[in-house]
Design a protein around this ligand. Sequence first.
Ligand code: HEC
Length: 456
Amino acid sequence: MWTMKRTFGLLSVASAAAFGAAPVALIVQSGCGTSATVTPTAGESDAGTSLPLDGSAGGALPCDVDAILAANCRQCHASSPQFGSPMPLVTLGDLRADAPSAPGRKVYELVTERIADDRRPMPEPPNRRLDVSERATLTAWVAAGAPAGAAVCAAKPIEPAKGVTCKPNLPIAPAAAWEMPASSGDEYACYGVELKPAAPTHVVGFAPRIDNASIVHHIVLFESDKAYSPTPIKCSAGGSLQWRMVSAWAPGGAGFELPPDVGFPLKTTGSTHYVVQMHYSNPQALPNQRDTSGFDLCTSTPRTYEADVLAFGTQELTIPPNRPTYASTCSITVPPQLAGLHLIASMPHMHKLGTSMTTELLSGGPAGAATDLGTTANFSFNTQAWLPITGASGVVTKANDVIRTRCAWNNATGDAVRFGEKTADEMCYSFTVYYPRVSAPLWSWAAPAAASTCRE
Ligand code: HEC
């Protein structure tokens, strides 16, 4: 049963969040490697350059290697590294340099490791993994000692990521720029925006706006019960308690747009409180970095259906110590009053020990046919993304359907880890965009997770 009693008791501890998550469609590659400029300067080039370079690097990258790096890596590993990536992957010299995290080892050695690393893959999700032949090309080149190429390569532009088709008209931005300390590698900064539309309004699209790609790592947009500082401040620990994830972006993602008859309503009495949580990364300790990133929203007059976000999964978990492959499977049977919900996109959310998550709808009961409601096989705390459900056409719930979420973690520590909103705690939420909005008196977005029952 979808117990409202139990749910009620848990409303106050429902934490939407914590750090990290990203939206259904995203985009934005500002300044980062979308050009195919040919810059014949020795040892230095723009992202996307495909002309072999002579000189200090001791030759040029082979064309097949260069083409793979241009298409899959230089959105981030550009000549001026973007989105928290620690080094460029543009010239042969870049690949033969010492690895930033492992002095004494070469970047190219780590390249072969990371493209094959299912736990920490490169490219990072939500970007596509390299296919078998791309991996074979890079691995064979490294095995041969990372030799220079001979031919002049044809330029190959990087494909820009998808944006939103609606026209953004409502910027979500900080009152002042965030000043990134050169001395700190990672920071979480938060700022609030109050929205008080004069007339009934729906938000229908979210376009990430990346200001300073040198330090932006990922962005999460929450709705909060209270107003938050309009200028960016360090996010308070546990501050995301009761925040509900609305959208998010990670490099490689795009914007998120709702179906044509659906929108997120903004309040017309009082205001809707949004909080933007920025994850900044400054691995190269660049000085004087400022940022005003956020989202640009598309709004519309009210549409037929109101959308909302709910969470499947659980709020009760204890991961025993020293369990590298612990998993919990949590199920809820759809009660009649929650039949007819269109589930259109989902965002798996765990914390740093999370390794994989799957949510499925089992039609008519536990033995019914399964429809995927969002699977992330290689979960990463920093690169969560909205996943369209069945190609964005969505799934409609029926009474007695079972919704089952399986979360897996790697707890190598000697301590049990429990549910909680701090980064060191764990979560198992599959945030799901749905419509029409449920408005039962004791309903909360966390009710489906709170009312689920779990087994190992
Ligand atoms: C969406 C951005 C992005 C893309 C695309 C991307 N990377 Fe990365 N890469 C990062 C970030 C951020 C880090 C630092 C964090 C980490 O090590 O996971 C990193 C780290 C690395 C490292 C480790 C360096 C070290 O010293 O530890 C290697 C190797 C690497 N990337 C190779 C690649 C290759 C090869 C590709 C393409 C096939 C690629 N990356 C695509 C963002 C990206």
